[in-house]
Design a protein around this ligand. Structure first.
Ligand SMILES: Nc1ncnc2c1ncn2[C@@H]1O[C@H](COP(=O)(O)OP(=O)(O)OP(=O)(O)O)[C@@H](O)[C@H]1O
Length: 258
């Protein structure tokens, strides 16, 4: 695999002088093409701030973020917006599906916005619905779907324009364990079939056990990392142990999905 993302010494502060929060501190990271990377750490560790900077939704105060050699922090806002539309997909806990549109209209939205031709839109739509096994939901309204179904539909929308990088922030946060498992299996499938790089922040050890590597953040810096040994149960145990080492109290959810 080749290097896709190179983060060099980025930092991000919030607030004014006296009450400054150093959310991310002199942070460096490398991610290969096709990795499924988990980002874990206690509440307030900086996970969301990091994902926001990697996805051009926030700018670091210092440092560089190279994606395939290009420093995305140096782009103008409109260039970043175009870059996001073309290369990135997003799955967040809150879905952000539009209630006024049906499933199909929601899923094809990213392609429709980038004015793709109709044939391509139909092809990609059919492929995604088939891949995620939700063809039967095409004509439903969003308010007729279960939480789990909404999350899978949100995943289909995030993936329809074949993003090179998929960002997921607590994607299983509002799902029961069955729906979470279904979504994670699909994410893994997409990672393997489409070679999509996935960057996922989560508190949940079961969710993280689907990753190929997990980095643990504490107080804005990398605390440690673990590579999946090729066995999910074993990886799960290693993740739980690392969570215990880092601390962060009961906020870590180690049992819900297992
Ligand atoms: N817009 C903001 N304004 C001020 N402080 C912020 C802002 N966004 C984040 N922070 C602070 O930066 C630190 C890192 O927050 P961040 O949301 O990245 O953590 P996190 O690891 O994602 O936490 P959680 O697991 O609770 O979502 C926290 O101390 C947070 O309070």
């Amino acid at each position: 695999m080749t290097m896709q993302i190179v983060v060099k010494n980025i930092s991000k502060d919030f607030g004014k002088k006296r009450s400054t929060v150093h959310a991310i501190k002199d942070f460096s990271l490398k991610v290969d093409h096709g990795e499924f990377l988990g980002i874990m750490g206690p509440s307030g560790a900086g996970k969301t701030t990091l994902l926001n900077m990697l996805s051009t939704n926030a700018r670091p105060d210092h440092g560089e973020i190279l994606i395939d050699g290009q420093d995305i922090t140096q782009m103008h806002d409109h260039q970043q917006a175009k870059y996001r539309r073309k290369k990135m997909g997003f799955i967040y806990q809150s879905f952000e599906l539009l209630d006024s549109l049906n499933v199909k209209e929601n899923v094809i939205l990213p392609l429709a916005l980038s004015r793709a031709n109709k044939k391509l839109i139909e092809e990609r739509f059919n492929y995604m619905m088939h891949l995620l096994n939700i063809e039967n939901l095409s004509n439903r309204n969003i308010d007729e779907l279960s939480l789990g179904q909404r999350q899978i539909v949100a995943a289909a929308r995030a993936l329809i324009n074949r993003p090179e990088i998929l960002f997921a922030d607590e994607p299983t946060g509002s799902l029961d364990s069955k729906s979470a498992t279904i979504l994670l299996n699909y994410m893994q499938l997409v990672n393997q079939r489409e070679k999509t790089t996935i960057l996922m922040a989560t508190h949940d050890a079961f969710t993280a056990s689907y990753c190929s590597r997990v980095v643990f953040i504490k107080d804005g810096v990398i605390f440690s990392e673990i590579v999946n040994p090729g066995n999910r149960d074993q990886f799960f145990e290693q993740i739980i142990n690392m969570q215990r080492t880092i601390g962060g109290g009961s906020y870590f959810n180690v049992s819900q999905n297992n």
